[in-house]
Ligand binder design. Sequence first.
Ligand code: HEM
Length: 397
Amino acid sequence: MTLALATPEQLLDPELHATGDPHALWRRMRAERPVHWHEPGALPGFWSLTRYEHVRAVCRDPGTFSSAQGIVLRPESHGQDPGGGRTLALTDPPRHRRLRAVVADWFTSRSTRSLEESMREVVRSVIAKAISEGTCDFVTDVAARLPLYVICRLMGVPAEDRETLFQLAGVAFGTADPVAQSAAHQEIMQYFVELMYRRMEEPADDLVSMLANRTVEGELLSEDDILLNCDNLLVGGTENVRLATSGGMLALLERPDEWQRLAADPALLPRAVEEILRWTSSANVVMRVATAPTAVAGQPIGAGDRLMLWIPSANRDEQVFAEPDRFDPARRPNRHLALGSGEHFCLGSVLARTEMRVLFRELLDMAVRVEQAGPAVPVRSIVVNGLESLPVRIVPR
Ligand code: HEM
């Protein structure tokens, strides 16, 4: 991909994000056209927002900038997003807050703390297995394991079913084959249909039971709404953690001095996790739709206009971050937007931070050496950023 010539239109090309340098383009856009209109083509027209202050302001004004028509840009011919107005990520206040309240208890610091010991056990066994196998894929064999275990546990998936679900999720979210992907996704949904019915009859202390039995605005959620929210939690709970953790591992493999610095001073780890979140910005872009005529940075925006908020760009905004293109595990302050901001701020933020901290902590404490064993393969997507695969050898020292 030609780097210097990238144009804003190429932002819709997954190749730019996988193998090009979108940051060079975003840098120019932040300086010259921070609110840029893209003419409609195969996809509808939209505004690109690349500066931190604008991305943040739009996220924090859900009255003017709605999520209910979807947060992913879709061709007009595909119609409305099926989750629009129904899942947590795709509802506006006031319903959004009521829906979020149904599940919020499972994502507090307190609830997350109670899971920490079991997280450590999972990570230790995953690392031990990786050591015994010699070479492994850090993305699927290490980074993906912990978040899937945690979300399955929160959702009430019995321990004996987790491995099956893990295999299915690996295909559904990891393979480049769309037919296999869709079949695996269907199977996961079928699993949750059965789990939902079981929990309707016999509620337990888990997220699926909550979604199936609690009322929102005086009514039980429909079966479709329960399933869409389960899907949202499963994908939300696994995909970004896997991408951020493996992207962070690659950043550290490329900077052995920073790895040594973390090993020497584990108290740096919480800050390093924030820097990994900023650096990887695995949620690449989220969309909003203007509910009324408005303006961003003096640029008039029409009612119904779509706005694409490029999170990695906001997270490298030179007006907010000193040396934004440097990976600095000790960076402070670091008020990145990798987890969003405002109304839809990531529900799993505490969980995600804890999972990443626990994983890197165990890798450092177990005093293993991680070596890259092959080229990192990037995902090809405009929605998420990160690695499809990262071959490594984890060896005891
Ligand atoms: C590194 C890890 C993660 C990243 C980078 C990430 C990123 C984000 C971002 C940017 C948003 C805001 C979307 C928007 O404004 O439209 C979001 C929302 C959300 N995230 Fe995460 N996330 C991560 C981990 C998790 C985990 C572990 C869960 C657990 C279930 C989760 C569940 C959700 C949910 C349910 C929402 C929607 C919240 C709402 O609309 O109120 N995420 N996430």
